[in-house]
Every structure is written in structure tokens, then in C-alpha cells.
Design a binder for this molecule. Structure first.
Ligand code: HEC
Ligand code: HEC
Length: 244
């Protein structure tokens, strides 16, 4: 706990510094106008419309590194998700949901609430979206992997592919998360939360589908998702510049 408090105060100093410096020119393209599938709280829409500044986002990321790692690849055991390469629309909504409590995340909550405003969310999202996805070392690799991946693929093609895409690439404009390269344990935990009604801000259509899945089906579909590769976004495992 002491360590956490220390990390938090150091990170706060870093964030304060980041605020003190003038922002260089924005580095992102088309703003996302809206999610077609859900009314969003004001902060989310505001952040989506801001131009994200990657440099500033990289400095703010000092707050997040201890858990999400310098590469933003997440923790080796899947306890903390990969953020690198995720769509900024998704990153912004999840940060805002965690800040508002719509997504229950007591571990990260104290770090999420110290972000100052929608611009911080936009900057962090622009930085993280630009990072490459490391070739997934956390895919499901138990002895029955071949069988699980095949069973998962059949489920995914039927019920998930239309939104999350053939390569698990999701959609920036619709705010559908990229799943490729994500830890299978994280995916499995999220789907259990979605099925059991603990992630109430998720897409209703998906909640209805996953709601009927057995534990075995969730395991299989998580195995398949973690085996997906998003073309053009994958890199070898290494920390981005500006590591500390
Ligand atoms: C104390 C550890 C910790 C810190 C610090 C932390 N996070 Fe997290 N974060 C987590 C955990 C754990 C989860 C996943 C929670 C769950 O399983 O539902 C998460 C989830 C997320 C998600 C959702 C990802 C997804 O795929 O849906 C985003 C986005 C995120 N964090 C961004 C950040 C940013 C940006 C910062 C810095 C401002 C940060 N986090 C700091 C622990 C942390
Ligand atoms: C109608 C579109 C749609 C369908 C169909 C759909 N999803 Fe999703 N999925 C979403 C959206 C939108 C989110 C983000 C929810 C949120 O904002 O919390 C999401 C989130 C997720 C997450 C959490 C990702 C993260 O980083 O935390 C997982 C895992 C997931 N979906 C898996 C699946 C699987 C498996 C299926 C098929 C059984 C499926 N989805 C079907 C739209 C969809």
C-alpha cells in the first residue's frame, strides 16, 4: 500500500509537470463524433471531439506505467490489460467509465480520477492508440489449445465477428474494442463480468449473446480471440521511447 501511495504521488508530480508545459501541435486525425450505440456522458463526448496530443499523452502515461507497463502491453498474468494499439474511442470511453464508476475498477480508480479533464483523456488515448501491439505472448497455450481455438472460432464467427472484425480489429468509429493481442485471461475475466452483469455499460446486444454462454464457451472464445493478429499493428516486444 505504501508503495502504491508513493507511486501515486510521484506520478501526480509528473502529471503536474506535464500540465505546466505548453502543448505542442496536436497529432491526431479525424475526431470521433459519437457512438451510434449508446448515449454517453458529457466528458466522453467532449474527449472524443478533442484533438489528442501524443507527446502530452506520453508524459501523462507516467501515471499508468507501473500497472500497464512501459510498453502498455499490460501485466504478464493478464491482471492488467494491454492498452497499446487500442482505438482511442474505446480508450476514452473506458477511462471515462472508470472515472464515473460506471465500470467498477477500484484498483485503478484513484489514478483515473486525478486526470484533470477531457483533454487528458484525449491525449492519453492518442498516445496509446499509436503504440504497436506486441506479438501476443499471452495467448491461450494449454495442451488443448488447438481444440479450444477451433471451437472458439466457430462461436466468434457466428456471434462476434460482425462487430469485433475478422482479425479482432474492432472499429474506431463505432467504439468496438480491438481484441487481437489481448491477454486471454483478461478477455475471459471481462466476458465473465459481462455475462454476470458486472459491466453494465457494455453493448446490450453483446450482453444478451454472452449472457447465454457456458464457462466452456467463454474459455474457447477467449482462446480464439487471443490468437488473432491485427494486420499492420504488430511489433516485437520492446518499450517505446521515453521509458523511465
Ligand atoms: C494500480 C494499477 C493501475 C493503474 C495505475 C492504472 N490502471 Fe488502467 N487498469 C488497471 C486494471 C487492473 C484494469 C482492468 C480492470 C478489470 O479487469 O476490469 C485497467 C483497465 C484499464 C482500461 C480499460 C482497458 C480495456 O481494454 O477495456 C483502460 C483504458 C485503462 N486501464 C487506462 C489507464 C490509464 C490511461 C492509466 C493512467 C492514467 C491507468 N489505466 C492506470 C490497473 C491500473
Ligand atoms: C453489437 C456489437 C458487438 C457484438 C455482437 C459483440 N461485441 Fe464485444 N464489445 C462490443 C462493445 C461496444 C464493447 C465495449 C463495451 C464497453 O464499452 O464497455 C465490447 C467489449 C468486449 C470485450 C471487452 C474488451 C475489453 O478490452 O475490455 C470483450 C472481451 C468482447 N467484447 C468480446 C465479445 C465476444 C466474445 C462476442 C461474441 C460472443 C462479442 N464481444 C460480441 C460490441 C460487440
Amino acid at each position: 500500500m505504501k508503495k502504491l501511495v508513493l507511486a501515486l504521488s510521484l506520478a501526480l508530480q509528473a502529471a503536474a509537470l506535464a500540465h505546466a508545459e505548453p502543448s505542442p501541435a496536436g497529432s491526431e486525425g479525424v475526431p470521433v463524433k459519437d457512438y451510434p450505440w449508446q448515449a454517453l456522458p458529457g466528458e466522453t463526448n467532449e474527449a472524443l471531439e478533442r484533438k489528442g496530443d501524443r507527446k502530452r499523452g506520453e508524459r501523462l502515461y507516467a501515471l499508468c506505467r507501473s500497472c500497464h507497463m512501459a510498453s502498455a502491453g499490460g501485466s504478464p498474468d493478464g491482471g492488467v490489460p494491454r492498452l497499446a494499439g487500442q482505438h482511442r474511442s474505446v480508450l476514452i470511453k473506458q477511462m471515462a467509465d472508470i472515472r464515473s464508476g460506471a465500470r467498477h475498477n477500484p484498483t485503478m480508480y484513484p489514478f483515473a480520477v486525478v486526470l484533470a479533464d477531457p483533454q487528458d483523456l484525449a491525449d492519453l488515448a492518442a498516445y496509446l492508440e499509436g503504440l504497436c501491439i506486441q506479438a501476443n505472448p499471452r495467448r491461450y497455450d494449454a495442451p488443448d489449445a488447438g481444440q479450444q481455438v477451433a471451437a472458439g472460432r466457430a462461436l466468434y464467427d457466428r456471434a462476434c465477428r460482425a462487430c469485433h472484425g475478422p482479425s479482432g480489429e474492432g472499429s474506431m468509429h463505432k467504439g468496438y474494442p480491438a481484441l487481437a493481442g489481448q491477454h486471454h485471461r483478461y478477455l475471459l475475466r471481462q466476458m465473465s463480468e459481462i455475462r454476470d452483469g458486472r459491466r453494465s455499460s457494455a453493448h446490450r446486444e453483446m450482453v444478451a449473446i454472452i449472457g447465454s454462454y457456458s464457462d466452456d464457451q467463454l474459455l474457447a472464445v477467449a482462446a480464439y480471440q487471443s490468437s488473432l493478429v491485427m494486420p499492420g499493428k504488430v511489433c516485437a516486444v520492446k518499450a517505446p521511447s521515453g521509458k523511465r
